[in-house]
Design a binder for this molecule. Structure first.
Ligand code: ZN
Length: 469
């Protein structure tokens, strides 16, 4: 890279805004599941939208590709630099600019960690309901770019549903201020949706106005065991109709995964004993301090009477609520501990969730010998996380496992990515979930908005125009 190129960037960003050489530490070029490790020549750390605009305009002029970074917790290698790219990190753009408590809105800079936004809302007796395991390190910009999901989608929706407006910088440096503050605003194209979930390929999100909700006054959690998948479905229908929108989580853990959590995650205690087929965490968040606990307990009692569940414990304290959630959150650790193994984040219909374990074990084992499967996730959203591990002393047949799983997901009309995005790790399989017409339209948008292909090139789909992967 030319010295005068870096000098120009330093002029725009100041000394603190440009890192080179030894200052480019591993945090800027590795992520938890990443395989490659390309150290970028420079990390740009803008402190304002104006600086973002200037550096993007300059990179555009020089046809210099960039990769934009939030917390690097996306797990699809979308934010890790590839050869020839420089990094733009929004870590200095981490301020909460405005909270409107009456209207339930918060405007934040894109580099603000999710947890900081949650805490700011909480301090005003409000809630920003997006919640996921990486809350302390992921950033709002990354949540938006990947349309993150998480644990409370059943009640509040995905990041897309929580966003009123955004400000973004286009590939040529143009600032698009679309910081809409209205819940209802049908004035032409909803431009923010171009940027939400497009993984930084169409523009760089710099600020956002997000929705806040009244903080629920009650929270009760039950941890249950069920012996059949049909019973779990009956339980879900029962709880949904009884609790309505007060049902805030319905998380299911398959037996093998529950065993792994109890064996591998330190400090986790079994809320209910092993020996059943499925384990379910159910959460209610309501507003009736006097009656909610009893209402929830009555619903669970009915579920027990009707044989939907065979065992259940109800939280009696905040500590117990945390302990139950620790078991659910332990799923990510237990799955991570299976490494080397292959992880998936898929959406399926209910019928396919019922057969997933049997179908995939049969297909994987007939091709690859003994394989272990760990399954669990946000059942009410139709989103499961899955880890497949070929056992024995051999390298993981990663590509074969992915081919078999994604082929099945394509066959049944599922989605190869439910909440993590495509990044670079899943792009070869995108066509299993999206039609050729859809892919062509995505390319048309990319070509129109980033003709020089400098923004997160190769994320979502390959940069070669005639390459479908
Ligand atoms: Zn998840």
């Amino acid at each position: 890279m030319q010295t005068d190129f870096l000098d120009k960037l330093r002029d725009i960003l100041g000394e603190k805004g440009l890192l080179t050489g030894q200052d480019v530490h591993a945090g800027y070029h590795t992520d938890p599941r990443g395989t490659g490790d390309v150290r970028p020549e420079a990390v740009l750390r803008p402190a304002s939208t104006s600086q973002v605009s200037q550096i993007i305009a300059f990179c555009h002029e020089a046809s210099q590709p960039v990769v934009v970074q939030g917390g690097l917790t996306g797990l699809v290698a979308g934010a890790r630099p590839e050869h020839g790219e420089i990094v733009i990190s929004l870590e200095r753009m981490n301020k909460i600019e405005e909270i409107d408590t009456k209207a339930g809105k918060i405007t934040v800079q894109a580099g603000t960690p999710l947890q900081v936004v949650q805490e700011a809302a909480d301090a005003h007796d409000l809630v920003y309901p997006l919640d996921l395991g990486a809350r302390g390190s992921c950033s709002i910009g990354g949540n938006l770019a990947t349309n993150a999901g998480g644990n409370r989608v059943i009640r509040y929706g995905m990041t897309r549903d929580l966003t009123l407006g955004i400000e973004a910088v286009l590939a040529d440096g143009t600032i698009v201020n679309s910081l809409n503050r209205h819940i209802k605003n049908n004035t032409g194209y909803d431009l923010k949706q171009l940027f939400i979930g497009s993984e930084g390929t169409l523009g760089l999100i710099t600020r956002a106005t997000l929705r806040l909700f009244p903080k629920p006054k009650t929270q009760v959690v039950a941890f249950c065991a069920a012996d059949t998948f049909d019973a779990v479905l009956d339980l879900m229908t029962h709880m949904r109709s009884a609790l309505g929108s007060d049902l805030s989580a319905f998380e299911v853990i398959w037996a093998k995964t529950y065993e792994a959590i109890l064996a591998d995650v330190a400090g986790v205690k079994a809320p209910v004993p092993l020996g059943h087929a499925f384990y379910v965490l159910i959460e209610m968040m309501g507003s009736d301090v006097v009656n909610d606990s009893e209402k929830f307990e009555t619903c669970l009692g009915e579920a027990l009477e009707k044989d939907m569940i065979v065992d259940a414990v109800l939280s009696r304290s905040t500590a117990e609520i945390d302990a139950f959630w620790d078991v659910r959150d332990g799923m990510a650790y237990a799955m991570g501990k299976q490494q080397p193994a292959v992880g998936f984040d898929i959406s399926l219909s209910i019928a396919d969730m019922k057969t997933i374990e049997e179908v995939l074990l049969t297909r994987l084992q007939s091709a690859l010998g003994e394989v272990r499967l760990f399954i669990g996730g946000h059942l009410a959203d139709g989103n499961l996380h899955l880890v497949a591990k070929a056992t024995g002393d051999r390298p993981q047949p990663r590509d074969q496992i992915q081919d078999i799983v994604y082929e099945w997901v394509g066959e049944v009309g599922g989605s190869i990515s439910a909440e993590h995005g495509i990044g670079t790790l899943k792009r070869a399989y995108l066509r299993q979930s999206r039609s050729a017409t859809e892919l062509a339209l995505m390319r048309t948008l990319k070509q129109a908005m980033d003709p020089k292909n400098i923004l997160n090139p190769g994320r979502v789909f390959s940069s070669q125009a005639n390459h479908l992967g």
